[in-house]
Design a protein around this ligand. Structure first.
Ligand code: TRP
Length: 379
């Protein structure tokens, strides 16, 4: 080495710095924190060394500015939030074959390192990694950063790998191979199948998750889509959806016909943990809040409202937002990418906040966003 000091930080260091600060918010100790920072850099591979002065390594749609990393915090009442990190191990290339190969290699290396089986993934691998894959990504992975240094691992696969027209068939076949023969028929109608995800490793009840996309969803629909038994509270779901999507209260007559999301669509996720009932045991409603606010100050307010409504404290949220960056929340939009309300059988509802890394770009605030008040005033 010639001893040249890079002028710009590198992607791996930047993300590891964010992660280290987030680990403290999540109550992880110094040993776990150091280990997880290393895991993150290693999972990114050579891309970790890439200067942030260069453009993003690929067109990854994992985040809006193509940073191949996104954080999320899962809130529960009375305890520190759980920290997760979503990443794209194959992000060094836009070639989906190569990207997918790197992704699978990364997952198998994790399996070896943490001693878990990849049987479930092996069973469906050929469905999601065809010779000439299509779609927007090949494989993402999320790590739930638990205390003890061994993360929970989740793998995200692309149902459109064989073409979007075969996505439904791919999902049905994947569910069947995993033993969930009735699961596909239990799903509600949807406009697309963005992801299938698998829990790998040490989970109390490993899930197979099917994400559905719903164009122009209304609050009433968001509340009635869940097929899980017992069903989650419909009113709570509707209220969450209206709050996050800035939709009018039920019964607001001045707002007739404005009860649907018109920007980036909401996603739902149905999770399957057992094959006895054929029904999902979990339902998550994901709302891309970044499309329905002027700036992140507003997104934070919506998050705080939702957290309070579910008996959770927002102090950790503010600490987490400060941990990823120091810009004023009103100076950009997209730091808070999604807000989600999670229901799992036998557990209290959780709220998940997805926080962008913004390693490459901050989207400027929307000055003239047509909020409800402006629409009503005819502006
Ligand atoms: N960036 C993509 C999107 O906005 C995928 C994604 C990243 C995503 N994090 C997410 C989707 C959290 C749902 C929830 O769709």
């Amino acid at each position: 080495m010639s001893g040249v000091i890079p002028a710009e930080p590198r992607l791996g260091d930047f993300a590891a710095g964010q992660l280290i600060r987030l680990c403290e918010v999540a109550g992880l100790g110094p040993t776990d924190t150091a280990a997880y920072a290393r895991v993150l850099s290693e999972s990114l591979g050579p891309v970790a060394e890439r200067s942030l002065a260069l453009p993003p390594p690929s067109r990854s749609f994992l985040s809006d500015d193509h940073t191949p990393v996104e954080y999320s915090l899962a809130f529960l009442p009375g305890t520190a939030p759980a920290l997760r990190v979503l990443l794209e191990p194959g992000c060094g290339t836009d070639d989906l074959v190569e990207n997918g190969r790197t992704g699978l290699r990364a997952i198998r290396a994790m399996a070896e390192r943490w001693g878990f089986a990849t049987r479930q993934l092996d069973r469906i691998e050929d469905l999601f990694f065809p010779g000439s894959p299509e779609g927007g990504f090949a494989l993402w992975c999320a790590l739930e950063l638990r205390s003890g240094g061994v993360p929970g691992v989740k793998v995200y696969l692309n149902p459109s790998a064989n073409g979007p027209e075969r996505a439904a068939e791919t999902v049905r076949e994947a569910l069947a191979r995993l033993g969930h023969r009735q699961a596909f028929d239990a799903l509600p109608r949807a406009d697309g199948f963005p992801f299938v995800a698998l829990d790998l490793g040490d989970w109390e009840a490993p899930r197979v998750k099917v994400y559905l996309m719903h164009q122009g969803l209304s609050a009433a629909e968001a509340g009635s889509l869940p097929r899980m038994a017992p069903p989650p509270g419909q009113e709570r779901l509707e209220e969450f959806f209206r709050t996050v999507g800035d939709l009018p209260a039920a019964g607001d007559l001045t707002a007739e016909g404005k009860d649907r999301l018109t920007g980036r669509p909401a996603l739902t996720c149905h999770s399957f943990t057992e094959t006895a009932t054929g029904l999902p045991s979990g339902y998550t409603l994901h709302v891309p809040v970044r499309d329905y606010v002027r700036h992140d100050g507003q997104a934070r307010e919506r998050a705080v409202t939702v957290l309070r409504r579910h008996g959770m404290d927002s102090v950790a949220l503010d600490r987490a937002l400060a941990a990823v960056g120091s810009r004023r929340l009103s100076d950009g939009v997209g730091l808070i990418a999604y807000l989600a309300l999670v229901h799992e059988r036998g557990r209290p509802p959780r709220v998940t906040v997805y926080v962008s890394s913004e390693a490459y770009e901050v989207r400027p605030p929307r000055e003239a966003f047509p909020t409800r008040d402006r629409v009503r005033a005819g502006l």
